[in-house]
Write a protein that binds this ligand. Structure first.
Ligand code: NAP
Ligand code: ZN
Ligand code: ZN
Length: 385
């Protein structure tokens, strides 16, 4: 795969369907995929060549992949330079189809998941501490990253019929979880679980959640499962009733100044999931002394300035947090199985992906779109990614 090379002509003869596994028993496989060829291309059908499993690799037949707002930011080039073609997708759930010779912790047929990272240096303090997402030499993202162990290849994500990932970065998905509803746990789930755990949220704590989208609705469910009281801040009047249905104890329309004032000094920790620039100062006022606000959304434009006085007067911590490490992701999946927590999903076909992106940007999703990869078709007669 060479990023930026011209799109090749259609292939002369159809390539094997991934379902016909015996035809290519030991070699690399082609995956049908959807991705972007430029920042303004939208998502189009592509083909990805997946490597034959090396000794530590797990090959996964992808069943579902969640659509994260980060996929929108990345494919549309909103975070700066991007390698194209780009197949997004880092909320992957599927079944193991082949394993490398040294893999003894995964077996064909097992339900597994892959999240936002597929490799890291494995040697720095962060990696050794199980914080691979903060790898000092840069984690390898599931898509759009240089694959540090595979020549010059750029990683390609889960809007595809298969992926091949080193076993150290593959998760066991409990069979009790519905595979489509479990897919968003691999990013939205762990990204909200990690700061809640870092803050040691427990019975009796009050958690605020800003923005009721993919991340936000998982934050509500996870905080409730940890025993917290949850207050949701939303810009969407239409989500007030729905927020209560998924467990919110209180829903505050963020443009309602009286309601914001009434929430003054009532919250211990806020999980902010908004994908666009917004003023944080009104939210700091809702925190108690020693409260914290974790910003998870990464808007492409600058945020309004933070007022230091608001932080100083109540010893408030303003923090960021990036996804979660591999061990923590497994812990989160097991926690979700134990507490019956999954995502509320709307399953979409491949030909609905572009519409789903537009609806996500408009805030019109309850609460995560998930691609059914059986609708991707076969890899024949497509451009390469
Ligand atoms: P999403 O499903 O689109 O939800 C974002 C929510 O933010 C919306 O549903 C909306 O909720 C609220 N919002 C308020 N004003 C908005 C505006 N002007 N534009 C867009 N949203 C607005 O997105 P997501 O997948 O949860 O991701 C949220 C953000 O987190 C993105 O920036 C994403 O890149 C980032 N992210 C970060 C990490 C990390 O590791 N830190 C991981 C994954 C994603 P209401 O209607 O309730 O107001
Ligand atoms: Zn994500
Ligand atoms: Zn490292």
């Amino acid at each position: 795969m060479t990023p930026g090379r011209p799109v090749p002509p259609p292939l002369a003869k159809p390539l094997p369907d991934l379902g016909a596994r015996d035809e290519v028993a030991d070699g690399p496989r082609l995956a049908a995929a959807y991705g972007a060829t430029a920042s303004d291309s939208g998502l189009v059908p592509l083909t990805v060549a997946r490597r034959a499993p090396k000794e530590d690799d797990v090959e996964i037949a992808v069943e579902f992949c969640g659509l994260c707002h980060s996929d929108v930011h990345a494919t549309r080039g909103e975070w700066g330079h991007q390698n194209y073609p780009l197949v997004p997708g880092h909320e992957i759930v599927g079944r193991v189809s082949r394993v490398g010779s040294a893999v003894d912790d995964f077996t064909p047929g097992e339900l597994v998941g892959v999240g936002c990272l597929v490799d890291s240096c494995r040697d720095c303090d962060s990696c050794l501490d199980g914080l691979e997402q903060y790898c000092e030499n840069g984690m390898t993202g599931t898509y759009g990253s240089k694959d540090r162990r595979n020549g010059d290849a750029i990683t390609q994500g889960g809007y595809a019929t298969s992926v091949v990932v080193d076993r150290r970065y593959v998760l066991h998905v409990p069979e009790s979880l519905d595979p489509a509803a479990a897919a968003p746990l691999l990013c939205a789930g762990v990204t909200t679980y990690s700061p809640l755990r870092h803050f040691d949220v427990e019975d009796g704590d009050v958690v605020g959640v800003i923005g009721l989208g993919g991340l936000g609705h998982m934050a509500v469910k996870l905080a409730k499962a940890m025993g917290a009281e949850v207050k949701v801040f939303t810009t969407s009047e239409s989500k007030i009733a729905a927020a209560r249905e998924i467990g919110a104890d209180e829903v505050i329309l963020s443009r309602d100044e009286a309601a914001m004032d009434a929430a003054n000094r009532s919250i211990d920790v806020i999980i902010d999931t908004v994908a666009a620039p917004h003023d944080l100062n009104p939210y700091f006022r809702t925190l108690r002394v020693d409260g914290a606000l974790f910003q998870l959304g990464l808007p492409s434009e600058d945020m309004p300035p933070v007022n230091p006085g608001a932080l100083i007067r109540r010893r408030i911590a303003y923090a960021g947090s990036l996804i979660g490490g591999i061990a923590e992701t497994q812990e989160m999946l097991d926690f979700c199985a134990e507490h019956g927590v999954t995502s509320d999903v709307e399953v979409v076909r491949a030909d609905q992906l572009n519409e789903a992106y537009n609806r996500m940007v408009a805030g019109d999703v309850k609460y995560r779109f998930v691609l059914d990869t059986s609708t991707l078709g076969t890899p024949s007669e497509r451009a390469d990614a």
